[in-house]
Write a protein that binds this ligand. Structure first.
Ligand code: SAM
Length: 274
C-alpha cells in the first residue's frame, strides 16, 4: 500500500457531486478557456473542469496525488507538481479550486499578480466572511481591504462539512472573485497595505493612537507633525470604523509626511516642488 495517509490527512476532499456541479455552473466555462486549479487532489473537480474547458492546469504538491491525477489520463490537463506558492502560474482565464485552506491568503494575493477573468474558490467560511466584510463589522480588517482593493468578492454559498471527506471541523464557502482595477487612489500600494496592517494591529484603539503606532512602525520620524496633518473628525473613530477610502486618504497623508522627512534628510529641498 502506498504511504499516502500522512500527507492527505489534513486535507478535506470535496465528494458531494451536487456541490461540484454548482461550482462548474458558477464558473461558466467556455471551450476556449484555460482553467487553473490549485490543489487538485484526486481530481474530483479536475475531471469536470476538463470536460468543459480547453485546458486545465492542475497544481498539486502531494506526489501520491500527482500520481493519482496522472492515472486519470485526461488529455487536456497539465499536472504541475509543486507548491502553488512557489511554482509559476502559466496564463489562465479562470481559477476554480477547492483550495488548501492553509495557504488561502498567500495564494489569493499571488493570484492578483496575474490577469484573469474570474475565480470560483472554496475557502473556510470564517475566512470568506473576512474577505467580504464591510466597515463597522467585526470581520472587517486588513484582509477585507486587501482583497477588495483588487476585486469584487461575493459569497455564493455556504458548504456544509458533510460535503467533504474527511469532514472538516469548520464550514466552507464558495466565493466568486472578479478582478477589476483598484478603486482606491493610493500614492503607493505597498505603503498603503503596510499602513493598514500597522493600523489594524490596534483595531480597538482610537485612530489617533493607532496612527501614532503606525507612523512609528512605518519609519515616520516626526510623528507629531504627521498626526497634526490628519483630519480631526476621524481621530476619535476606531480603525474598524473607517472605510477603505478614508484609510487610503490617511495613508497618503502619512506617506507624504514620511516622504517629506526623507527628502529633507537628503537635503534636496522641499518634496512638494517635484
Ligand atoms: N480539489 C480537491 C478536492 O476538492 O477534492 C482537493 C482539495 S484539498 C482541500 C487541497 C489539495 O491541495 C490537496 O490535494 C493537497 O495535497 C493540495 N495542496 C496542499 N497544499 C498545497 C500547496 N501548497 N500547493 C499545491 N497543492 C497543495
Amino acid at each position: 500500500m502506498k504511504p499516502v495517509m500522512k500527507t492527505r490527512i489534513n486535507q478535506h476532499f470535496l465528494i458531494d457531486s451536487r456541490v461540484i456541479e454548482r461550482i462548474i455552473n458558477y464558473a461558466n466555462i467556455h471551450k476556449t478557456e484555460t482553467i487553473l486549479e490549485i490543489g487538485a487532489g484526486f481530481g474530483n473537480l479536475t475531471k469536470k473542469l476538463a470536460a468543459e474547458a480547453a485546458n486545465v492546469i492542475a497544481v498539486e504538491s502531494d506526489p501520491h496525488l500527482v500520481e493519482a491525477l496522472g492515472d486519470l489520463e485526461l488529455p487536456n490537463v497539465t499536472i504541475v507538481h509543486g507548491d502553488a506558492l512557489k511554482v509559476d502560474f502559466p496564463k489562465f482565464d479562470k481559477v476554480v479550486s477547492n483550495l488548501p485552506y492553509s495557504i488561502s491568503s498567500e495564494v489569493t494575493f499571488k493570484l492578483f499578480k496575474h490577469s484573469f477573468e474570474l475565480g470560483i474558490l472554496m475557502y473556510q467560511y470564517e475566512f470568506a466572511q473576512r474577505m467580504i466584510a464591510t466597515p463597522g463589522t467585526k470581520d472587517y480588517g486588513r484582509l477585507s481591504i486587501g482583497i477588495q482593493y483588487f476585486a469584487d468578492v461575493k459569497v455564493l454559498e455556504i458548504v456544509p462539512r458533510t460535503a467533504f471527506r474527511p469532514p472538516p471541523e469548520v464550514r466552507s464557502a464558495i466565493v466568486k472573485i472578479v478582478p477589476r482595477p483598484p478603486f482606491l487612489d493610493v500614492v503607493d500600494k505597498d505603503f498603503f497595505f503596510d499602513f493598514v496592517a500597522a493600523v489594524f494591529t490596534q483595531r480597538r484603539k482610537q485612530m489617533k493612537n493607532a496612527i501614532i503606532n503606525a507612523a512609528h512602525m512605518l519609519g515616520v520620524k516626526d510623528v507629531k507633525k504627521a498626526v497634526n496633518l490628519l483630519p480631526k473628525d476621524l481621530m476619535h473613530k476606531r480603525p474598524e470604523q473607517l472605510s477603505p477610502e478614508e484609510l487610503a486618504n490617511l495613508s497618503n497623508l502619512i506617506y507624504e509626511a514620511r516622504y517629506d522627512w526623507v527628502w529633507k534628510q537628503e537635503n534636496l529641498g522641499p518634496a512638494r516642488s517635484l
